[in-house]
Design a protein around this ligand. Structure first.
Ligand code: SF4
Length: 276
């Protein structure tokens, strides 16, 4: 089961280290106007591939994109995957963001039959005991609903950034997503943490309250924890999996997989079946 993470500190040793705090940037970073212009240009290229959608996780990055899409009045429909395991703060932000921008973030749920089969196949706690079980949960709650939602779309937009992890260091602005069979745009690929948080504060973009409680990366509630200031930003995701704890490069749920060509698209098909 997930451990409770107290932010106060009657703790000892390494546990006394300060928690991560998201940056507060008041001065415009060098080159920011050019970076922002390039980002808007990428979004405008994305809409040439219609229909184009934003797959939002309600992360800080995705809130920046949702903000820019609203500001530029771009024809990009936004949806988010409700895995039915999201933190309360994410659900609150979801409603706040829709009210703030007057735009819907479509709710995509897992298929009930698949959830029933998942529950019959494994207990909720199984995700902490086996990577296979964790990946099965991600397949049913995330990958399958995403695949269903992307069917018939020409392009999708994500908030991936090179700075997020070693595994994302080569993220391009545009790529062919062979796994899902459509163009993929990553307009924030070159954004640093400094640029991200400067823009969020400058534009008063709503973001999750969890960023003020030690969280640097936010996913499902059972699989997300706050981090210490010197941990890798993605160390709070699936932290019990040893590879993830090593360098953060393995902290992916299977949605963002790089494929050099269409030829290996089959490798992204869900290979785990729920048999219940
Ligand atoms: S992140 Fe955790 S709770 Fe969410 S789908 Fe994956 S394993 Fe399940």
């Amino acid at each position: 089961m997930k451990t409770e993470f107290a932010l106060d500190s009657n703790l000892s040793g390494n546990q006394k280290k300060p928690w991560y705090q998201r940056p507060r940037i008041f001065d415009q970073p060098a080159g920011f106007p050019e970076l922002l212009a390039a980002t808007v240009a990428t979004l405008n290229t994305a809409v040439l591939h219609a229909p184009c959608v934003l797959a939002s996780s309600l992360s800080a990055e995705d809130m920046v994109l949702f903000h820019l899409i609203a500001r530029e009045q771009l024809p990009i429909h936004t949806f988010a995957l409700d895995t039915e395991r999201l933190p309360k703060a994410t659900l609150t932000l979801w409603l706040d963001a829709e009210a703030h921008y007057g735009r819907e973030i479509e709710r995509i749920n897992p298929v009930p039959d698949r959830l029933q089969a998942l529950a019959a196949a494994q207990a909720n706690s199984a995700i902490f005991e086996s990577k296979t079980a964790r990946e099965l949960c991600c397949t049913v709650r995330k990958t399958e609903p995403l695949r269903r939602t992307l069917e018939g779309k020409a392009a999708w937009v994500t908030g991936l950034r090179k700075a997020q992890s070693a595994g994302r260091a080569q993220v391009p602005h545009q790529e062919w997503d062979a796994g899902f069979g459509l163009e993929k745009f990553n307009p924030l690929a070159d954004w640093t943490d400094v640029a991200l948080w400067y823009f969020i504060d400058r534009e008063n973009i709503p973001v999750s309250k969890l960023y003020d409680k030690g969280y640097a990366s936010i996913g499902c509630d059972p699989c997300t924890r706050p981090i210490r200031f010197d941990e890798h930003p993605r160390a709070g995701r699936w932290w019990w999996e040893a590879a993830a704890a090593a360098n953060g490069s393995a902290t992916e749920c299977g949605i963002h997989v790089t494929h050099p060509s269409k030829a290996n698209a089959e490798s992204t098909q869900p290979i785990i079946k729920v048999t219940a």
